[in-house]
Design a protein around this ligand. Structure first.
Ligand SMILES: N[C@@H](CCC(=O)N[C@@H](CS)C(=O)NCC(=O)O)C(=O)O
Length: 216
């Protein structure tokens, strides 16, 4: 076993990589990091100074990476079973990367910052900023709804890195800004993602930790 994934079961960007790993069946050792634990945090910062999950370490190759998309690209380059996550066709691959960027930057990031506001100390929350993020997220969700109206996966008929990105982004977006009543196509896409065995497994593994998620 040469791959280690440093992660937390509630971390949305870790979900993205876990989905890719489960889709491809690449063996890895999960290393759960509890950032609340001072010693574990210090060790993690030594590994990755920015202190962000996920980090993949390939011991055999002597390489380590943060950044979920880069990790998935690495897996797709190195393991034949993961290659399907980035199409070989260059223009299709570009569509996958564009969709991956859309979900990370325009859905995931907005959602993450809304959740982040809930974790701020008393008196430090930013109601104006959250309202702006909610409005921006609503626009993104309308785009998802439009693009996914016909069914299928993020960029067509095959499940790719873009769907790995979409799953956690939409799952948690639906927690902070429930969208099923306004965006039925986006909701159906989320339902398909949640029924996908790779993501269903991630959700089942996260379940014992869901009480830690700030509901408001
Ligand atoms: N762009 C990064 C984002 C990573 C990120 O924001 N990770 C969050 C968890 S989902 C994190 O590590 N948060 C811990 C912290 O900021 O202390 C990626 O794609 O991996």
């Amino acid at each position: 076993m040469t791959l280690r994934l440093y992660y937390h079961p509630l971390s949305s960007y870790c979900w993205k990589v876990l989905i890719a790993l489960y889709e491809s069946g690449v063996p890895f050792k999960p290393e759960l990091v509890d950032l609340q634990d001072a010693e574990a945090r210090e060790q993690f910062i030594r590994l990755t100074p920015l202190g962000k999950f996920p980090v993949l370490v390939d011991e055999e190759a002597g390489k380590g990476f943060p950044e979920s998309s880069i990790i998935i690209e690495y897996l797709a380059n190195k393991y034949p079973s993961a290659a399907k996550l980035i199409p070989a066709d260059k223009s299709l691959a570009l569509r996958v990367r564009l969709s991956d960027r859309f979900y990370d930057l325009h859905v995931h990031d907005k959602m993450q910052r809304i959740v982040g506001d809930r974790l701020r100390p008393e008196g430090k929350s930013d109601a104006f900023g959250v309202e702006k993020l909610r409005n921006e997220l609503e626009i993104s969700l309308a785009l998802v709804d439009r693009d996914m109206a016909e069914g299928g996966w993020a960029t067509g008929l095959t499940f790719t890195m873009a769907d790995c990105a979409a799953a956690p982004a939409l799952y948690y977006a639906n927690q902070v800004l429930p969208f099923g009543d306004r965006h039925a196509g986006a909701q159906r896409y989320l339902d398909r993602l949640m029924a996908r065995p790779s993501f269903a497994r991630v959700l089942a593994e996260a379940e014992p930790f869901f009480a830690m998620f700030p509901k408001s």
